[in-house]
Design a protein around this ligand. Structure first.
Ligand code: SF4
Length: 485
């Protein structure tokens, strides 16, 4: 049997990623598939996945004879011959309607084959991974658990514990195939923005003024509100909190009031201040890191620790840069030295950042290098009852402000012309863009190319800390108007 077009009707393990993300996406893949160019970050992840697969292949080749399969029939012949490892196996089961290409089939000592896949993730409990590996088990049709070679070097087994999830996936996919209308779903800012069907769905959500477009109104919340007849943003905006039923994530009066204000904010492009904002006193140093999630030797490698000191001009941008992971420890220690320097120079100093990522990363680095007891680390994290000099600017934003936005990320707030109105010099830049540029830096051999990439990343990080500075000023301005009003 040839690998033919008719096989496109079969369920594939690769369908699991779309299905886990959104069943409408899985339906659209089946009925109105669209071709799309992967963005550079997705392409980087894809390439890193292939490299990981090659590393596992090399490891297996060092211990076993590995045979590459070229077709379904060839896979079967190799299995019948009992070869130790089959690479790029091709399996099909028309009865169940399944098709899959596990990276490896590894012969067990009992003579049966175990399906195995190389996955860049460090988490074998991700639903998509469990479904994919569970489907490979179905295809090899024995009781052996499937193996996953994870990005952190671990090897995990997935057995019958994932069967229920696999059954649910297969049933749902059969149903989606038969279904002529796209499933009703809710908007999710984080999920939809990166989906290839964004343009298709967004116009439909907009046309309905669907309440799930509102920040803080989750899919389940919107579905339950719809049952109570509250479906649109104008409807929600016109309500009193007392008239909204208790639904998931929206049970308290405070949350209901906030949801109503969020609806009014979006409708009228209006900002609401819920309470007085008090920012910590001190000399502010703005702080932002860039880290590489594709690090080979550690969880994440911080390649840039960026800081902006008073009086906050371009010339006051300071940083610690590392060329690669071998400099990870040196970069961390240099960062701590810089912090100590600023601790004295700008006393009392506040290190302002946006979101919890910076604090969490400092904690992780302290654990990585067994330095949780280090004086600077303890001071930074505010241990032993001391107040931490780290200040997350996102907290007062989320606690005290309702903004005409769908997301409360730094860029969402800063770029909005009626809010902070700070524009990044490089419009394409962003955290994923930075990771892509850094990985190009790692690959580059020409020193001029390397320097150009480094300069671009530094400029982007400088803009990030400039943005948090501008946000600080905007919040101060807003609170002073609120106080005087
Ligand atoms: S844009 Fe959103 S709703 Fe539409 S298919 Fe993608 S994830 Fe689902």
């Amino acid at each position: 049997m040839k690998d033919s077009k008719s096989n496109s009707k079969l369920i594939k393990p690769s369908d699991a990623t779309a299905w886990v993300s959104c069943i409408r996406r899985a339906w659209l893949d089946l009925h109105q598939a669209t071709y799309y160019e992967p963005d550079p970050f997705s392409q980087l992840l894809f390439d890193a996945g292939l490299q990981h697969e090659q590393r596992i292949l090399t490891q297996l080749q060092s211990r076993h004879d590995v045979y590459q399969a070229t077709s379904f029939e060839h896979t079967q012949i190799l299995m019948d011959e009992g070869v130790p490892v089959i690479y790029q196996a091709r399996l099909i089961n028309h009865e169940v309607g399944l098709l899959g290409f596990p990276d490896f089939l590894i012969r067990h000592e009992n003579g049966q084959y175990q399906a195995a896949d190389a996955k860049l993730t460090q988490n074998e409990n991700k639903k998509a991974v469990q479904i994919q590996l569970g489907l490979y088990r179905r295809l090899v049709d024995n009781n052996l658990p499937a193996i996953v070679f994870l990005g952190d070097g671990r090897m995990a087994s997935l057995g019958e514990e994932v069967d229920a999830l696999v059954d649910a996936f297969i049933d749902s996919m059969h149903q989606l195939r038969e279904q002529s209308k796209q499933p009703e779903v809710r908007y999710s800012h984080s999920r939809c923005r990166i989906c290839p069907y964004f343009a298709h769905c967004r116009s439909q959500f907009d046309a309905k003024a669907d309440i799930s477009l509102l920040y803080g109104v989750h899919g389940r919340t919107a579905a339950r509100l719809a049952l109570a007849g509250i479906r649109t943003i104008p409807q929600l905006a016109s309500l009193n909190a007392e008239n909204i039923p208790d639904v998931p994530h929206l049970a308290s009066l405070k949350k209901k009031q906030r949801a109503i204000l969020q609806a009014r904010s979006i409708l009228n492009d209006e900002t609401f201040q819920l309470k007085t904002i008090t920012l910590p006193d001190g000399n502010w140093v703005h702080f932002d890191i860039e880290d590489n999630p594709l690090a080979a030797t550690c969880d994440r490698h911080v390649y840039l620790w960026g800081l902006l000191t008073p009086p906050y001009t371009q010339h006051d941008f300071d940083y610690v840069w590392t060329d690669d992971e071998t400099q990870d420890y040196r970069g961390w220690c240099t960062f701590l030295e810089k912090i100590e320097h600023y601790r004295t120079r700008y006393s009392p100093v506040i290190f302002a950042h946006y979101s919890n990522h910076e604090r969490a990363t400092i904690k992780k680095y302290a654990e990585r290098y067994h330095m949780s007891g280090h004086n600077t680390v303890q001071w930074l994290l505010g241990q032993d009852g001391e107040v931490s000099p780290l200040f997350d600017l996102q907290k007062p934003v989320l606690d005290s402000l309702v903004l005409p936005l769908q997301g409360y990320g730094l860029k969402d707030i800063c770029k909005h012309p009626k809010l902070v109105n700070f524009q990044w010099v490089n419009e394409e830049s962003g955290s994923q863009w930075s990771v892509v540029q850094f990985n190009r830096f790692l690959q580059a051999t020409d020193s001029r190319v390397k320097q150009r990439l480094k300069t671009e990343i530094l400029a982007y990080n400088c803009d990030d800390v400039m943005a948090t500075r501008r946000l600080e000023l905007w919040i101060r301005d807003l609170s002073s108007k609120g106080d005087s009003g």
